[in-house]
Design a protein around this ligand. Sequence first.
Ligand SMILES: [Zn+2]
Length: 254
Amino acid sequence: MGDRIVANKEQQELLKASWQDLAMIHHYDDQIISLGEFDGIPCLAVDVGNEQLSIDEYETISLRGVYLSDNFPLFQTVARAWQWILFRRTHRYCGQCGSAMQQVKWEMATQCFNCNHRCYPRVSPCIIVAIRKGNKILLAQGRAHRDRKMFSTLAGFVESGESLEQAVHREVFEEVGVKIKNLEYFGSQPWPFPHSLMMGYLAEHESGEIEVDGDEIIEAHWYEPSNLPIIPPKISIAGQLIEETLRLIAQQEN
Ligand SMILES: [Zn+2]
């Protein structure tokens, strides 16, 4: 519904559809996407567009609300649904010839049957990196995190023609003006705000003093583990990178 998700008020569950509900959703026949299974139950996403559904027991929540509910498998399912819906909403016409695009039956793609141009859901690679220097970790406050007073690891989009490692070095230098070394791949996480794939790295400070760009990053400091600011939850890869860096710092101190 718009950019919100319909969920049960009491249990924060998604709308578990009965046959009655299904009779209602047949109006959205061409807006139904199969998502596979969740908890052993077939799972469908139904895009009702900007329609206002009023069903007593249900309310709507944001994708970020699902993320903060701490149910990671549910978040992943909803995140995939949201990205597919967003993809279909934004790929209705062919970017090459302007004809209407059609849904491909056997995979998540849209195709122009006039010129054969095909589109897939957007996935934007992003790097995210936790940097340590002795017993300290670099945490920065992005402009987007200012209201929540949160400090996090550095992150940025990979540019065309760039390797992940080049992107890490470039982003870190652009955002906080330091050089890093000993880059080590940590893991990845799809991040549906709106369609990123975060690829996480651990790194060590090599040289340079912190000098924030003042644009994306408004503040950054080296923090000792005993004196951390507000940091992201562990459900996010940023939270996991911070946790791992703190573990490495503790290990080197023993
Ligand atoms: Zn076309």
